[in-house]
Design a protein around this ligand. Structure first.
Ligand code: PEP
Ligand code: MN
Length: 336
């Protein structure tokens, strides 16, 4: 059950509502976000919701029986549009592209990528400064100094930054240099990190866990929302299956289904989704046709020299071609 309160609900109205809910033995968790105040009921108590809906100070009431509630489309039919700064919108009619290297490596690399993105009208640059790596001996990122350098250059170029945060303790230091916090697949169920990202007023791109179900992904998003942050995007980045011919199995089904289950924007990551450069473009286009609100992909001037994920990273020429195809695909989808 989701009860959305009027912003200006009075103390007397709050009390009347509390009394009424107590009479149903309804246990409610209050949720307060950037945009609204809610009461979330999780019990199995049955009652006629009109008895509450008619009370003063209530904006809306909905029965949502799924384990996830606030991120469900059952109470919010309209798509959420995530706004990044003044001129970037993600969701419904606004298609988002986020591109950049797997890892931020050097000043020259940042400069070359920014020039490439600007030329293509891509407004968000991706890149990791804290890298989750399977081997402890692999490159693990330039850290906060790399982020600061990247931020000063990206700001100058008018490009927004999405980067992965791996630990709660990193959030504060990263805050002023990041436009979108990325939660990586390995941290998709790091509930302390999700709680902490619920406390910030910055968009979060939440990736699906390597073996995560859609329900688990949506419940992870619910952690962020219920701690106060409604600015969430979900990301399908491939899951682990029995297939070994490619790195991951891009679950295109998930994109279509998530668009039904949630009002949040859904972003596709075809680079990690298949993990093989040659096929990234096809999977990106298929994801758009399945309903993705945006695509995040890896690009590098010389992928064969990239510090990480070179095998799935496009070069600038390949990215130029993909970007124009994606724009066409999105226009085509809107005609359907
Ligand atoms: C990345 O975006 O480079 C990354 C590490 O992604 P994932 O968490 O999906 O593996
Ligand atoms: Mn990567």
């Amino acid at each position: 059950m989701i009860i959305q309160l009027d912003q200006d609900i009075t103390a007397a109205q709050q009390k009347a509502l509390a009394d009424k809910l107590a009479s149903f033995q309804f246990k409610a968790t209050p949720v307060s976000t950037q945009f609204a105040e809610y009461l979330i009921g999780t019990g199995k108590v049955e009652f006629d919701i009109r008895g509450i809906g008619n009370l003063e100070g209530i904006k809306d009431i909905h029965r949502v029986s799924d384990a996830y509630k606030l991120v469900s489309r059952k109470w919010k039919v309209q798509d959420t549009v995530c706004e990044i700064g003044e001129d970037i919108k993600i969701g419904t009619g606004h298609f988002a592209m986020m591109a950049g290297p797997c890892s931020i490596e050097s000043e020259e690399q940042i400069a070359a990528t920014l020039t490439h993105l600007k030329k293509n009208g891509v407004k968000i640059m991706r890149g990791g400064v804290y890298k989750p790596r399977s081997s402890p001996y692999s490159f693990r990122g330039l850290g906060i100094d790399g982020l600061k350098l990247w931020h000063s250059m990206a700001k100058e170029a008018g490009i927004a930054i999405i980067t992965e945060v791996m630990m709660t303790e990193q959030i504060e230091a990263m805050m002023d240099y990041v436009d979108i916090f990325q939660v990586g697949a390995r941290n998709s169920q790091n509930f302390n990190l999700l709680d902490a990202l619920g406390e910030v007023d910055k968009p979060v791109l939440l990736k699906r866990g390597i073996s995560g179900t859609l329900d688990e992904l949506l419940q992870s998003a619910e952690y962020i929302f219920s701690h106060g942050n409604e600015k969430i995007m979900l990301c399908e980045r491939g899951i682990r299956t029995f297939e070994t011919a490619y790195r991951n199995t891009m679950d295109i089904n998930a994109i279509a289904m998530l668009k039904e289950k949630t009002h949040l924007p859904v972003i596709a990551d075809p680079s990690h989704g298949i993990g093989v450069r040659q096929f990234v473009d096809k999977i990106a286009l298929a994801s758009i046709m399945a309903g993705a609100d945006g695509v995040i992909f890896e690009v590098h001037s010389t992928p064969e020299k990239a510090f990480s994920d070179g095998q799935q990273t496009l070069n600038f020429g390949e990215a130029d071609a993909l970007i124009s195809k994606m724009r066409k695909a999105f226009r085509l989808r809107q005609e359907f």
